[in-house]
Design a protein. Structure first.
Length: 385
């Protein structure tokens, strides 16, 4: 943390997020999502290029007119005409990008290194004629030889871009590689550094974390990790990661807003919140196995590293199933305000395990069993099951 920069979260739900198949945000969706992100305290909201579709320009203007605390960026190709349109839409920042890897040079935009540098010069001149703040990012940076990547990024800095971006477009990088590349670029340029990481190899959050620790101040995220293919670094997962080890970097954000953002985006994108989402997953603060419940009831820190209260969530215990234990049952008995002996609780546990071996009994089923034992309490031989 000592060497980590001041974190700036760049949310690209409205740009990268809509690149996820099946996602199409209406103007109202875009506004609602931007407002929710702003309540959280996001630093930059990234919008698509104004030429993405006929509605894009008007929607960028609509977001810019909301006068949010967050700054509004437009993602554009490395072309003066798109940069000018971004300025006309009222964006604060332009996020210019261009493929740098040999494969994208050959099969993507088709320009060699010299022409990439020329395009950067032309884009920088266009930016300088506007009031836009600017960033230049190398698409597919991690499959670009480091010498060529350095040359392009240095050139972008010298041309006047205020921030340089390094994108793991295909999600192939690992944290070690990210640490090395970002660390190298950190020594090379004086500008701020941004990292954008896809999740194809399952490392999007770990890579974003490594990038931050290695000196990238700006980290790209989307709600739920929505994006091309299986997406990029998920906002709430990344915040959970930082809360664990670099808590000061996320202290200024309104963390309880994260669940609302994830639920809103899931609803509008017609997807569900993944069960594995660190903060918003349905069961992330629910404990189930008997030994876990026993320990959590005694001290939640035994099996919880994230404090549910910090994110506006509540802990819950799943007690009515065949993996349950005496402590879990006795917890439920106390919750119901029922007085039973140790022996009765032991027997209830056996009954619950047996019955739920056949079929799920649910909390109602468990409560019925507990009440049955409770009513037989007065009887001399209360073991008539
Ligand atoms: C894409 C572009 C991008 C851009 C990232 C950036 C990527 O391929 O759709 O602007 O830094 O992943 O390279 O999302
Ligand atoms: Cu991307």
């Amino acid at each position: 943390m000592a060497n980590s920069p001041h974190l700036q979260l760049v949310d690209s739900t409205l740009r990268e997020g809509e690149q996820h198949p099946g996602v199409r945000f209406t103007t109202m969706d875009r506004i609602d999502i931007a407002l929710a992100l702003d309540r959280f305290g996001i630093d930059i909201i990234e919008m698509p290029t104004p030429v993405a579709s006929p509605q894009a320009g008007a929607d960028i203007q609509a977001i810019a007119n909301l006068s949010l605390t967050a700054r509004v960026a437009c993602h554009t190709r490395c072309r003066p005409d798109e940069i000018n349109q971004a300025a006309d839409c009222g964006a604060d920042i332009v996020h210019v990008y261009m493929g740098s890897s040999p494969t994208l040079r050959e099969h993507g935009h088709g320009r060699d290194l010299c022409r990439i540098l020329k395009a950067i010069d032309e884009a920088a001149i266009a930016v300088s004629r506007t009031k836009l703040a600017s960033r230049f990012s190398c698409e597919d940076a991690f499959r670009t030889p480091i010498g060529e990547l350095s040359r392009i990024l240095l050139h972008a800095e010298e041309a006047g871009f205020q921030r340089v971006g390094i994108a793991d477009t295909v999600g192939a990088a690992c944290p070690k590689q990210v640490t090395e590349v970002i660390g190298f670029v950190r020594q090379l340029v004086a500008t701020e550094i941004e990292f954008h990481g896809h999740n194809d190899g399952g490392c999007a959050v770990a890579n974003a974390h490594a990038a931050f620790l290695a000196g990238a101040s700006h980290i790209d995220v989307t709600a739920l990790g929505l994006g091309e293919r299986n997406g990029i670094t998920a906002l709430s997962d990344f915040v959970a990661r930082l809360w664990l080890t670099e808590r000061a970097s996320v202290a200024r954000y309104c963390l309880p807003e994260l669940i609302g953002i994830d639920e809103l985006v899931a609803e509008r994108a017609l997807v569900s919140v993944p069960f594995s989402a660190c903060i918003s997953g349905a069961n992330v603060f629910t404990h189930k196995a008997g030994p876990h419940i026993k320990a959590v009831v005694s001290n939640p820190e035994t099996y919880e590293v994230l404090d549910p209260a910090a994110f506006g969530r509540k802990r819950s215990l799943d007690v009515a199933h065949r993996l349950t234990g005496r402590h879990a049952i006795s917890f439920r008995v106390r919750e119901l305000g029922v007085q039973l002996s140790e022996e009765q609780i032991k027997r209830i546990t056996e009954v619950v395990k047996l019955e739920s071996e056949r079929k799920p009994i649910g909390l109602e089923g468990l409560d019925r069993i507990i009440y049955r034992f409770n009513t037989e309490k007065g009887h001399s031989h209360g073991n008539t099951f």
